[in-house]
Write a new protein. Structure first.
Length: 360
């Protein structure tokens, strides 16, 4: 009997020790308060003008512990946005960004709030910073996973692209190509454009709306209007890529490529190559590090940059060809135009006279 009572006492003692100290926990939880709730009440009563001072006060207090939860501050900011108090929401998101400076969600929310009041400059800065943070994270993760499979030279990047679109041999079988696409300008005007390619570097483009054509043999450029050929001495058309995109035998045209590294842009990972012509002209080329496909061409021209992106690759016979391109002219205000591929013909007869001015 005595042994039984002793065991019972021990069990009860163990149970007592293992039970949570409810009074201690209540006391501890009473010390922890939601900083977002305090700020919500303060802003409701005083507005956001003095919110920063109140925020500093909460951070500095030692005798009371405040919980600074990102989700709670974001909820407060969006409550203010829904209530039509965008200026107050901006202040809340700015304070949240101080606590969580590496948060993509916070920076994107701040950009959205700026957009509400029409401050597009601050909106853009916040969004760009958010993308930059996410890009760095994605790039670090990609490099860690693929460190043994990274391309080491520009030639290797180009070969991966050729393989991705169907292979070098299939591409070299193409000697002529005619593509027709709808071009859209900055005011959404639709223009039907036909471009002719012939190996090695004959290119001609006809504009159905204007009736004007441009032709080049890779060295000379002509403007054709009403049957008259006028040579253009200063034209970027000499830099238009050949029928193979300047990815095969490009050294014969005096073109070279250098691999600059791996970059993350708009949450995509790219190999960054610089393309150099004999006369010193350069272009920046970006190839998807995941698919190998050529995606972006960028040209800087002093007062701005011309960015052309290639999307919607589709099979035509045995070759992948992009069916959508978008061009952004960034000269301080930004202009965008592009085109959608309508028709493609491969290895059709094309006379040289289509591209070259007849000599008298």
């Amino acid at each position: 009997m005595k042994n039984g009572l002793t065991c019972l006492a021990i069990i009860l003692a163990l149970l007592f020790v293992s039970l949570p100290n409810s009074s201690a926990q209540k006391k501890e939880s009473a010390r922890i308060k939601s900083a977002a709730e305090v700020m919500a009440k303060f802003i409701e009563e005083n507005g956001s003008i003095a919110a920063r001072d109140k925020f500093k006060e909460l951070v500095a207090l030692k005798d009371v512990e405040y919980a600074f939860k990102e989700s709670e501050f974001l909820s407060l900011g969006y409550d203010l946005l829904r209530a039509g108090k965008a200026v107050d929401a901006i202040e809340v998101f700015k304070l949240t960004a101080e606590i969580f400076p590496h948060s993509y969600n916070t920076l994107m929310s701040l950009g959205r709030a700026y957009r509400k009041i029409g401050d597009h400059e601050q909106d853009r800065k916040s969004v760009e910073k958010a993308f930059a943070l996410q890009n760095r994270s994605l790039l670090a993760e990609f490099l860690k996973k693929n460190k043994d499979r990274l391309a080491k030279t520009a030639e290797e990047v180009i070969e991966r692209h050729l393989k991705a679109i169907g292979g070098r041999e299939n591409l070299e079988r193409i000697k002529t190509m005619v593509i027709t696409y709808s071009g859209y300008d900055t005011v959404d005007q639709d223009t039907l454009i036909t471009r002719y390619y012939k190996y090695p570097h004959f290119i001609r483009q006809d504009n159905a709306n204007s009736g004007i054509s441009i032709a080049t043999n890779g060295e000379n450029v002509w403007r054709i209007s009403s049957g008259k050929w006028e040579e253009l001495t200063d034209s970027n058309w000499v830099y238009i890529p050949d029928i193979y995109g300047d990815f095969i035998d490009y050294n014969k045209r005096g073109i070279s490529y250098d691999l600059l590294g791996v970059e993350a842009i708009d949450r995509n990972i790219y190999y960054h190559l610089v393309k150099r012509y004999e006369d010193g002209e350069t272009r920046d080329y970006y190839f998807s590090a995941e698919t190998g496909l050529f995606r972006i061409e960028r040209r800087d021209f002093g007062v701005g940059k011309d960015i052309k992106s290639h999307w919607d690759y589709r099979h035509h016979e045995e070759i992948l060809i992009p069916h959508l391109f978008v061009v952004t002219l960034d000269v301080g205000f930004g202009q965008t135009h592009g085109g959608i591929l309508k028709d493609i013909e491969i290895n059709v007869p094309l006379e040289d006279s289509l591209f070259l001015k007849k000599e008298k």
